[in-house]
Design a protein around this ligand. Sequence first.
Ligand code: ATP
Length: 328
Amino acid sequence: THEGGLADAPPKPAEDNKLRPKKIAEMVGQQDVIERLRIAIDAARRRGEPLGHILFDGPPGLGKTTFATVIPNEMETVVQFANGAGLKAPKDLIPYLTNVSEGSVLFIDEIHRLPSSVEEYLYTAMEDFRIDIVLGEGVSARTLNLDLRPFTMIGATTRAGMLSGPLRDRFQIREHLGFYSVVDLCEIVCRNAKKLNIGISVDAATEVAQRSRGVPRIANNRLLWIRDYAQSKANGTIDLQVAQRAMDMIAVDSLGLDKQDRAYLQTLVRVFAGGPAGLEAIAHTMNCSSDTLEDEVEPFLLRYELIVRTRRGRMATPKAYEHLKTAS
Ligand code: ATP
């Protein structure tokens, strides 16, 4: 269904790629991060060396993959995409590492999900551009020594705290991506409406920005839904009323919370009397995974001071009670 799911599910790949910036200059917000990266890129290019390894952390949808796309473009090199969850054994790394060309980029998303056996191989790969892999077992075991071409690793994680010290230390550049301001999101929405060939008024774009929880991916998803709504239910352009009606229809409230966010607050308030309640207990009650709650729901609720994390568990704030009263 369109409900809830639509609001936060990644957009269809074709549209995601269409909206994704290709150059640093096309990116909006994260100015301090961008400024530091420009310097590192410029210096590496002057030296004719690969860029140092970079780690991005922050909640989903804030631009980690976008950075992993624009940085190789600026370095005029290619990038391979891998996911930590898919690299289960050291041998899974080999195709990627043998494929790296000099100065190219290897992007590993969800790098905190690498098993430690794989992680350990990255230490020498990143530091000395070399790996020694034992293949097979017992008498048929043999060691494969591989010299790699110097490359740049870009790691992305929603959980910087879950990375082991030795892995974290091998990234020369570490950047945290924070939530976007309404002004920046509004700019992203306006640019993307243009890319999608649809008219949008400034007040409508601001409304979308205000209801996107500080996350560009969510803003894009809202925009795609509102475009459909405008084309099907209105004259094809997005004004404030169209934007509001379309977002009301997918139950996105004035703060940008969707059904899942409100269900979290309601569970905490009704079932656990406002807390403190453990994350696992909340997740069980809501019948969803604690990872989803911790990565996608809680960061905004914390930032917006709707919940607090205490040693004994999560607690709803007076602001949460106030919001639930007006939102229901
Ligand atoms: P995940 O880690 O969950 O994959 P992510 O942090 O990698 O998420 P992206 O896929 O890079 O997030 O970003 C989602 C979408 O948001 C992109 O397709 C792009 O259109 C938009 N976006 C992200 N950051 C920016 C930015 N700084 N300027 C403009 N658009 C952006």
